[in-house]
Design a protein. Structure first.
Length: 277
């Protein structure tokens, strides 16, 4: 039996087992996928014994993504550009490889839900400067976006991120975030604001064109206040669940040898765990 896991601290909130166990059953694969709660000070030792524990690889969630990249023996271009790893696997000789599939997950979901999101080549507004924002910046730039406006409540973090990704990324003061939406073709919330149990996201969409797309990486709740406000004014919306589902695809293929599909049935299965339909 091939096994994989998700590593985090805490890890109980993770929906990854729902996704991977669904695929294991759907494709008739003799395998399992479990949660492993690993303290930060224990991560290096845990990863050093990952193969001996019977795992073909792992997903990595907070707060371990940067440390997982450092622990891997090789890393792909996405992991290096983003500076963090969320997917680990062994090749036949036992080498531990690292990837980051968050950019893939976000962009694949965006293309599926709003295929013409970049048709007008308009600027993109990105809220946030954490790990998710880094991944989304990488994905957007790889897709050919020429101007990204980046706003974050902590100015220094936004400035550092803009500098790291080059001249296509322009830092915008958090106080100016609403005005900066004018002329944008895509707004992305890459913060945890608006998540269940977190502070609300305060954004006024009045300046955003009505034909712009609004995406939120938050998936609990599935319909965030941002998406509800955007939908009410006629904007197309892309929720965060699709990103979660699509980012899981490459890891499953690495561990279990089958490239799985993200289907409406899988989405409904995971959405049900969120109390959504």
């Amino acid at each position: 039996m091939r096994r994989a896991c998700v590593i985090g601290w805490p890890v109980e909130h993770s929906r990854s087992p729902l996704i991977h166990r669904y695929w294991l059953k759907h494709y008739g694969i003799d395998g399992d996928y479990v949660k492993e709660a690993v303290r930060p000070e224990e991560l290096a030792r845990f990863l050093g014994s990952l193969g001996a524990r019977g795992y073909a690889g792992a997903n990595v969630t907070l707060p371990h993504k940067e440390a997982a990249l450092r622990a891997a023996e090789s890393a792909d271009e996405a992991a290096m550009a983003i500076g963090a790893a969320n997917t680990l696997w062994f090749d036949p000789d036992g080498t531990l490889h690292a990837s980051n599939t968050d950019a893939y997950g976000f962009m694949t979901n965006l293309e599926a839900e709003a295929p013409d999101w970049n048709a007008g080549r308009r600027p993109v507004m990105l809220l946030g400067a954490g790990g998710a924002a880094r991944a989304i910046l990488h994905g957007l730039l790889a897709a050919g976006v020429s101007r990204i406006l980046l706003a974050n409540r902590t100015r220094d973090r936004a400035e550092d991120l803009a500098e790291a990704f080059g001249e296509a990324v322009e830092m915008v003061d958090w106080a100016d975030r609403n005005r900066a939406l004018q002329g944008c073709g895509l707004l992305v919330n890459a913060t945890s604001l608006g998540m269940t149990g977190k502070e609300a996201l305060d954004v006024d969409l009045a300046a955003l064109p009505n034909d712009a797309v609004v995406a939120d990486i938050v998936y609990s709740p599935l319909e965030t206040d941002l998406l509800a406000a955007a939908r009410a004014r006629g904007n197309r919306v892309v929720d965060g669940l699709g990103m979660l589902l699509h980012q899981a695809v490459p890891g499953f293929e690495r561990w279990f040898g089958v490239r799985p599909e993200v289907t409406p049935e899988l989405r409904a299965h995971v959405a049900a765990s969120l109390g959504a339909t």
